[in-house]
Design a protein around this ligand. Structure first.
Ligand SMILES: NC(=O)c1ccc[n+]([C@@H]2O[C@H](COP(=O)([O-])OP(=O)(O)OC[C@H]3O[C@@H](n4cnc5c(N)ncnc54)[C@H](OP(=O)(O)O)[C@@H]3O)[C@@H](O)[C@H]2O)c1
Length: 130
């Protein structure tokens, strides 16, 4: 569908078309799930009843608060929080290895986490942080 600029702007206030399916038996991983789009995506996945819904966050406290919010919004009780900091390669490797051992399979992955900084900054591995 081709939008005029005006119709495109107006469409930003339309409800987002949400797909629903049965996710029983599925393992879903949302990275950066404690706030914003990641949290809303995680709530939506929770409403479809996956076997596992893993919130990968860099703060345990924020991740657990998100798990509580998801449970109260959807009633889904199978949320687990695991720690990963994408700005630290050793954390990503440790997360991936532990994930494989614990869950064995990954069906849906939302690679959502990101940051945009105003000033040049380096990660501990020496990469530009954005
Ligand atoms: N919102 C928009 O209009 C928009 C537009 C274009 C693209 N996007 C992209 O969509 C994604 C989500 O946007 P949003 O607005 O929901 O962002 P947001 O509210 O800032 O949330 C970003 C999430 O990523 C996590 N995160 C950041 N750096 C991390 C790291 N090093 N390791 C692990 N987690 C990390 C944050 O954790 P903390 O809470 O611990 O910081 C937070 O959970 C981002 O990739 C963004 O670039 C958004």
């Amino acid at each position: 569908m081709k939008y005029s600029f005006r119709a495109f702007l107006a469409s930003q206030w339309d409800p987002v078309p949400l797909v629903k399916d049965d996710l029983s038996g599925r393992t879903v991983l949302v990275v950066g799930a404690n706030t914003g789009l990641g949290l809303e995506a995680a709530k939506h996945f929770a409403s479809m009843g996956p076997k596992h819904l893993i919130l990968a966050c860099r703060s345990l406290k924020k991740g657990e608060a998100a798990a509580t919010a998801i449970k109260s919004a959807t009633g889904f009780d199978g949320v687990v929080v695991r720690i990963v900091d994408l700005a630290v390669f050793s954390s990503v490797i440790a997360f991936a290895e532990a994930f494989e051992k614990e869950f064995g399979q990954l069906d849906i992955h939302v690679y959502n986490a990101a940051t945009a900084v105003d000033l040049y900054d380096q990660t501990v591995d020496g990469w530009e942080s954005t």
